[in-house]
Design a protein around this ligand. Sequence first.
Ligand SMILES: [Zn+2]
Length: 91
Amino acid sequence: MTSTSQPAPADFVPYETEVPTLDAGALYWDQRGAIACGKHAPLRGSDSWAFDRWRKMAPKDIAGFRRDTGRAPWCETCGAIQRNARCKEGR
Ligand SMILES: [Zn+2]
């Protein structure tokens, strides 16, 4: 990995040599604002993880999200699964 002009966040991990264990209870987000839980975030070290700069949401990130949107952040994939379940039930 070559250096870039932008400094990486302190918790940015561009590459790991072993299959990672993400904290399933934590939330992660990328530089565009996509949010995922530990089960649904890209595999750490993958191109998606590295190029989209996925990182764990810090308490200040969660507070900022709540302030900006008026709701708690949640995993977009888990949210879609729940919405799909409601759809099948005809709600
Ligand atoms: Zn999820």
